[in-house]
Structure formats: C-alpha cells, structure tokens
Design a protein around this ligand. Structure first.
Ligand SMILES: [Zn+2]
Ligand SMILES: [Zn+2]
Length: 169
C-alpha cells in the first residue's frame, strides 16, 4: 500500500503481479471471454501499478509502452477486471472513475490532490475506531465506510506558495 509517488517494486510485489495476471487469464477463460493481446496489455497496466489510474491514464500508459487500445476496449476490460475482483473501482467525485489493483489490499482511505490529481493512501486505527463510535452514537451498526480527503499535496502546496494568489485579496 503506497501513494502514487512510490515506484519501488519488491520481489513480493513482482510475484503478486504475476499471480494477478495469471488469475485474469483464468478468469477470461472460465467465463468464455476472448483472451486478446489488448485485454492482457490493459490488465498488465492496471495490475502492474500502485497508482489509482483512470481510463485515460491507462490509454496514456499503453501508448508509452508501445501498445494501444480503443477507449471502448479499455472500458470493457476495466469492467471485466472489476468483475474478476482483481481490480477495485473508485469514484472520488471527479467525473471519472479510477481503478486500483485490489491484491487483498486491506481497507484504506485516500487523500486526493485537487491540483495534480495524486492519490495517497493511508490507514489509521483511530479513524477506524471513531467510525464505530460515531455509528453507535447514532444507533447504527457500522458495516463499512470510505473517506476521501481533498486538498493540496506537499509538492503542489510548496509550488503554489511561490506563485501569486489566484484572486486578489
Ligand atoms: Zn498535487
Ligand atoms: Zn487506494
């Protein structure tokens, strides 16, 4: 579990990614869905990154790796990946969906930078306990929750500090 900035790939991660790819092939075969090079390339992109990618990001990453796929194919494949349970869909209210490899990722929350779009993950036991307490205080039995904190990441904030304010005060 890490933010978008992380690019370290441990041996364990490499094995997990390989297992995910194999699982996706099996899922396609088990459901009599065509195992095409395009579908596999799309799966490779999403399963091989720690980022929370949009369909547009996937298209861009495919282009950079020398592959390509139409928008419809990308969306259909993302849908299949979500159905397979290998990928989780996230809606941060940005007008588009993001996707992240699930890989048994434990429950976590997100911080979203409104300037550069970077997504950072975190988990905090105090917050988990607090959601139970809040639910109980409202005679509610807690099942699940999600939290997105919107704001500016450190890089954007430091960059922004050097620029003049957008509006005169
Ligand atoms: Zn930022
Ligand atoms: Zn996440």
């Amino acid at each position: 579990m890490s933010g978008d900035g992380a690019s370290t790939t441990s041996e364990e991660q490499v094995r997990a990614i390989a297992a995910d790819r194999a699982a996706f092939r099996s899922f396609l075969r088990d459901h009599s869905l065509p195992v095409t090079a395009q579908r596999l390339a799309i799966a490779d992109v999403v399963l091989g990154t720690e980022r929370h990618v949009s369909a547009e990001d996937v298209a861009e990453m495919l282009r950079r790796s020398g592959a390509s796929a139409g928008t419809a194919t990308i969306y259909r494949t993302l849908e299949v990946l979500v159905r397979s349970g290998l990928v989780v869909e996230r809606d941060f209210g940005e007008g588009f969906k993001r996707y992240e490899a699930s890989r048994g990722v434990p429950h976590h929350e997100h911080l979203l930078c409104s300037v550069c779009g970077r997504v950072t993950e975190f988990r905090d036991e105090r917050l988990e306990r607090m959601t139970t307490l809040l639910a109980e205080a409202h005679d509610f039995s807690r099942q699940r929750h999600r939290l997105v904190i919107y704001g500016l990441c450190g890089d954007c904030r430091r960059g922004a500090a050097q620029r003049p304010p957008l509006l005169p005060t």
